[in-house]
Design a protein. Structure first.
Length: 239
């Protein structure tokens, strides 16, 4: 019974912790603050394996919250997805600005641990109620096993369906990036804010990363990519 209890506790942890991360990511995607972030560094972590070590590359993002610079490490990947100096749009948790979402699906990287946790939980429960693999020859054993398995399959189906529904709703609320050509850098203001003037005469202020703010000059022309009030990038065509 001790081993079953340990496996059950491990299974519950493998379900609860990734599920909490998924819920946090959904919350950030729904109510997080959009901001432009610059990749200022790449952190590399390695884990030793039997045959070779596994290396993960984590981009370090810098962005501004209430005018103050914030740096945080993004999710890791087997290959470096971004180069230092890359500017992209992210969302951060207004309560914990260091918690960010970098465009990946809310459930990214969390489904496999949940499935493993479900396997641990199901196996532990079946063992606790006396359904051993060697005793599945009886009709009663088959019915208990099939009923318990069906119950957990229904739970998995409900969780996956609800997550997909939340993802679809959130995706519909996200504005697609737009690019405006022949945009003028009209003015440079405080707090890394630049006034861009469009060809129709309208002007908008965007908070930009510090390297972009230092690079651009009043009178520069280029193509501005933005997402609502979020600055994404500016490709200079004339200065």
């Amino acid at each position: 019974m001790l081993f079953e209890t340990i496996f059950l506790a491990s299974g519950i942890l493998l379900i609860v912790m990734p599920a909490a991360k998924i819920l946090r990511n959904i919350r950030i995607k729904r109510s997080g603050i959009p901001v432009s972030a610059t990749v200022v560094d790449i952190h590399r972590t390695s884990r030793a394996g039997k045959n070779k070590s596994r290396t993960q590359y984590h981009p370090v993002f810098e962005y501004r919250v209430d005018g103050m610079p914030v740096r945080t490490r993004g999710p890791g990947a087997a290959e470096a997805k971004y180069n230092v100096g890359t500017v992209l749009g992210i969302r951060y948790d207004p309560k914990k600005p260091e918690c960010i979402l970098v465009g990946q699906p809310a459930a990214a990287g969390n489904i496999v641990p949940i499935l493993i946790g479900i396997v641990f939980t199901v196996g532990s429960i079946l063992s606790m109620i006396g359904v051993k693999l060697s005793k599945l020859g009886s009709s009663a054993g088959y019915l208990v096993f099939a009923g318990t398995l069906l119950f957990f399959v229904m739970i998995i189906f409900a969780v996956v369906k609800s997550l997909r529904g939340a993802e679809n709703k959130l995706t519909q609320n996200v504005l697609s990036g737009k690019t405006a050509n022949n945009v003028l850098v009209a003015a440079k203001n405080e707090n890394n804010t630049i006034t861009f003037q469009f060809v129709n005469g309208n002007s908008n202020d965007y908070m930009v990363p510090e390297p972009v703010y230092n690079e651009l000059r009043v009178g520069d022309w280029g193509n501005l990519t933005f997402q609502g009030s979020l600055f994404i990038r500016f490709e200079r065509t004339y200065q």
